[in-house]
Design a protein around this ligand. Sequence first.
Ligand code: ZN
Ligand code: ZN
Length: 365
Amino acid sequence: MPRNLINRNRVLCFVLILCCSPRRFLARNLPEEVEESTAKTTQTIHVSNSTWHDFSRLVDVQKGSHVSGVSDLKRYLHRFGYVGDDDDGNNFSDVFDGRLESAISLYQKNLGLPITGRLDTSTVTLMSSPRCGVSDTHMFNSGVRTTAHYTYFGGKPKWNRDTLTYAFSKTHKLDYLTSDDVKTVFRRAFAKWSNVIPVSFEEVDDYTTADLKIGFFAGDHGDGQPFDGVLGTLAHAFAPENGRLHFDAAEIWVVGDDFKGKGSSVAVDLESVATHEIGHLLGLGHSSEESAVMYPSLRPRTKKVDLTVDDVAGVLKLYGANPKLTLNSLTGTEYSLKNGAVSRRFLSGNFTGFYALLVVFSLFL
Ligand SMILES: [Zn+2]
Ligand SMILES: [Zn+2]
């Protein structure tokens, strides 16, 4: 393709995507995971009323004040990369200092909130909500972002093969969900991604040799990223080609729409979190677009399983498009994508997003 045509396409892409979804890029890899802890027997889950991140009493705490609980907030922000190590180890004080104000501002920027540096209600509510355990550090070096909300891990790692195998741990599993239910959920979640990129996923029996290893773990499970009980951190996954996907076994995981039963008020939809974490396995970082599957936070008792334009654009740029992803299927007028790979919101009238995706096609395939 002549260079001037390529440049023209890039400008066109920029303009159209700008209309659709501004901002953000780049990333840093998660730390390498250490060897998994040795096999355990099937875990019995004890539900507690743990409220790891209830920061509600910190709403409207002012800069310069000394309030019990501010140190917990600093530890939370440190956990996700917003506060560096303290001079005195990590013995954070309860003083709302300038460093905390900067960290709050950066958090607000990454999570798509108004940037105030203050502990307003929306910020504290989001900090108290369950979220993915993957640190947000890969969102930091984005500079001025004008084209998208999606991000990648540092170095943009990806898989260089078109079939990835996955397997479930036979020891780190839940005893209250059937194997068939879990497998069905993951088949649907993997299909969301494989419908848009030329990568297929194949379930295998051998956990040790599978590319992607899925299991439910409780507390400190040997990879330096301990889980925290009910809510708080829900799951984490590692960048290519690590392949590990861990769910917090302490959550009340539900499949389908079973939010009414044992799930109670803290139920978490397994398919929503699986779809998000598979994005990480493929190389996507967090998105600051609240509606995106790759947004770091998920409200309990909600379902978010349809990829948005932002998710699709991010993963297309890494892998290109599935040849079966036709323009006709994108319009939704003649066909709809198998298993609803692109959100109904997108198919039913977000034409700016539709055109943005078309240009992504023309540029990166
Ligand atoms: Zn995540
Ligand atoms: Zn883990």
